[in-house]
Design a protein around this ligand. Structure first.
Ligand SMILES: Cc1ncc(COP(=O)(O)O)c(C=O)c1O
Length: 442
């Protein structure tokens, strides 16, 4: 959603910068430092990064690459040997034949979200994305002059997306459709049947030039034996799907900044190659060589399995604990590493809706009842979470959710549950917090 440039001198910035949104999670860093200035720690349930070290074999590969002098510019589309490794892994896991010339490497999986909108979306073209969903899909739409088409996901169906739910949002004007399984923030995982159903309506309603951006950043993190499936594996979809992923979540390597996208054609990959030249020249080759080892080493699958096992164990006690808190209701995530509880009962118990309505216009527009609950938790109970608005502003009105990351130690998670329960039963403290006017929006 379009933001503003607070405090900017008139005439300083081009109008377009007010049209790009943001990822609120990154705004939390300074707030955490502010709260921790008295030396007492905040429990971090806000982070979208695994709390595991980078596996040693990948660290060694990066160090070896640095020592060998891989510190220069390199192929702007990605090192050919890494593109080979990506093509093999993506093709093998999805039953596809992937030409490495269709692979583009980026600094993480974020850049391809915006750069695909740059490449495909003309003024007024429709961009379809899930809400709640990863915020950067929505963030870019106004910036590139597209028309946002949020598709609501419903709690009562486990935030699954069906073909019937998607169909009314598709037309000949649809240029890009963002799908994200396993999903941030809901933890939804799509079955092959569900993907076949979604593919059917896409093929019926949209022209062959419509592209599906399948964000598979959490592809390795699925629970209860569920296996990740990609829409690209459905008949007729490989020709339309951009498959995107990264090392960030799978290998617990958010600082490596290596991501990739596989495009339906070489021509499309070459357009991205040129955008890469314009924006980054190239991605650090030592990170890319580490990513190649990550994708190919037999030491990677056991490291991933250990991490996923820890996430599943935490998920089990966190969701159980959340559902025991009066006013909280939480679906069982089947992938990724987030809990996304409905806190409508807590919002009611705290009087957060009325408090939000009473805020000055300017603050109310950047806040919501669940924002107030999240900030109350942060400032008075020292637990950092994200609010519903952080996962798509459009369509978030009247919805009261928090996102808690379970990429945090077990003891911290148990303590966070205790504090959430205390905060939920503290309307007096909440009223005092709102009266203080401390921080009522991010
Ligand atoms: C769904 C989704 N896509 C993409 C990203 C971006 O990941 P990266 O750090 O690789 O840019 C994230 C990060 O939180 C995410 O949740």
């Amino acid at each position: 959603m379009a933001g503003s440039v607070p405090g900017a001198s008139p005439g300083l910035f081009a109008e377009r910068v007010s049209r790009i949104g943001t990822e609120e999670a990154f705004k939390l860093g300074p707030l955490l430092r502010e709260v921790e200035a008295d030396g007492r720690r905040v429990i971090r349930c806000n982070l979208g990064q695994p709390d595991f070290p980078l596996p040693a074999h990948i660290t060694e590969a990066v160090v070896a690459a640095l020592r060998a002098g891989h510190t220069t510019y390199c192929d702007p589309q990605g090192l050919p040997e890494l593109r080979e490794a990506i093509a093999t892994a993506v093709g093998r896991d999805r039953g596809l034949d992937v030409d490495p010339r269709r692979v583009v490497v980026y600094p993480g999986s974020r850049p391809s979200i915006g750069l695909t909108q740059h490449a495909y979306v003309r003024a007024g073209d429709e961009v379809v994305y899930p809400t709640p969903g990863y915020p950067l899909y929505e963030s870019f739409v106004d910036y590139v002059g597209g028309t946002p088409v949020p598709v609501p996901l419903h709690e009562d169906t486990g935030f699954a997306l069906t073909g019937d739910e998607l169909a009314p949002h598709l037309s000949a004007r649809t240029r890009l459709i963002y799908l994200n399984f396993p999903s941030n923030p809901t933890g939804g995982v799509a079955s092959p049947e569900q993907l076949a159903d979604i593919a059917r309506v896409i093929l019926e309603a949209t022209p062959p030039t419509t592209r599906v951006y399948s964000d598979e950043a959490y592809e390795a993190i699925t629970f209860d034996g569920a296996r990740h499936a990609s829409i690209a594996s459905m008949p007729g979809m490989a020709e339309r799907t951009i498959i995107a992923s990264a090392v960030s979540k799978t290998y617990s390597w958010t600082g490596g900044r290596v991501g990739w996208a596989v495009f339906p054609t070489v021509e499309e990959a070459l357009v991205q190659r040129n955008l890469n030249i314009n924006y980054y020249a190239s991605i650090p080759p030592y990170s890319q060589l580490g990513a190649k080892v990550a994708l190919e080493s037999p030491e990677s699958p056991p490291a991933i399995a250990a991490m996923v096992e820890a996430f599943q164990r935490r998920r089990d006690f966190v969701i159980d604990g959340l559902n025991r808190i009066p006013g909280v209701r939480c679906q069982m995530p089947r992938g990724a590493f987030y809990a996304f509880p409905n806190i409508a009962g807590v919002v009611a118990a705290l009087g957060a809706e009325e408090a939000w309505r009473g805020l000055p216009d300017e603050v109310r527009g950047r806040s919501s009842p669940s924002t107030l609950a999240a900030l109350f938790l942060l400032y008075r109970y020292r637990v950092a979470t994200m609010d519903r608005r952080s996962f798509g502003v459009r369509g978030s009105e009247g919805q009261h959710f928090l996102r808690l990351s379970i990429a945090t130690g077990d003891d911290d998670l148990r303590e966070a549950l205790r504090r959430l329960e205390q905060a939920a039963a503290d309307p007096k403290g909440f009223a005092d917090f709102v009266r203080s006017g401390e921080r009522l929006a991010y």
